[in-house]
Ligand binder design. Structure first.
Ligand SMILES: [Zn+2]
Length: 228
């Protein structure tokens, strides 16, 4: 299982009656449009990213289910006062473009709401002003499939290097079978060229019995760190 973290952007939007109906499914009392602020964000897409990784359409559809109803927190700190907004609608859409993988470009859009409280006003103003626009998205992924040979790199060392081409085909990793959407967080610091994307790997060695395989896995780890 691998934990994957990606950066994304937010933008404000109008509240429709459909939005209100969806939002009020998550609230204890009815809220009016005046009491709420909503924004939308592309949580992730199926384009090959700067880590030479791409979610599949199936992964995006699964994440649409997993992220629905999740709260958005501040600065990766999931304490109560840092819970700032909730995702009330998710949808997977194509926009007519083609991704570098050759598949139709597909993105997972999330719509989020927060109540207009005095304590939220700074955040709302920052989103409206385009200052607070970075979100970091974290999920657990069961399979990382090599685009060249089809091996699951979470369990097997295949030798292909992400970002290199083999017989004219780019090697990238297809992120398959998301199992948990564990975090959506506003990040305080605007992203550096490589910031906002961090990965943690856990429990990977459980699948291996022999020492040789463990050594291969350790080698893979080092090369992954190299690539980031
Ligand atoms: Zn491979």
């Amino acid at each position: 299982m691998s934990k994957i973290q990606k950066a994304t952007e937010v933008s404000g939007q109008e509240i429709t009656t459909e939005d209100l109906a969806l939002i009020n499914q998550h609230t204890i009392r009815e809220f009016s449009a005046k009491e709420l602020f909503v924004f939308k964000t592309v949580l992730c897409d199926n384009e090959i990213d700067r880590d030479s990784e791409a979610f599949s359409r199936g992964s995006l559809e699964k994440m649409a289910e997993l992220f629905l109803g999740k709260t958005i927190i501040a600065d990766h700190e999931p304490k109560a006062e840092n819970q700032q907004a909730r995702i009330y609608h998710t949808e997977v859409v194509e926009d007519g473009r083609t991704a570098s993988t050759g598949e139709p470009y597909t993105k997972l859009i999330a719509q989020c709401y927060l109540p207009r409280l005095n304590s939220n006003q700074n955040l709302i103003t920052e989103i409206e002003a385009g200052i607070r626009k970075e979100l970091s998205v974290g999920c657990s992924i069961k399979k990382q499939i090599c685009s060249i040979c089809g091996k699951d790199r979470t369990h097997e060392f295949c030798g292909h290097r992400k970002g290199e081409t083999y017989d004219g085909k780019l090697c990238y990793v297809k992120l398959e079978e998301p199992s948990d959407a564990y975090e959506v967080s506003f990040v305080a610091v605007p992203a550096q060229p490589n910031a906002g994307v961090t990965k943690q790997f856990k429990n990977q060695t459980e699948a291996f019995d022999s020492l040789d395989q463990r050594l291969l896995e350790a080698f893979l780890y080092l090369r992954k760190d190299d690539a980031v």
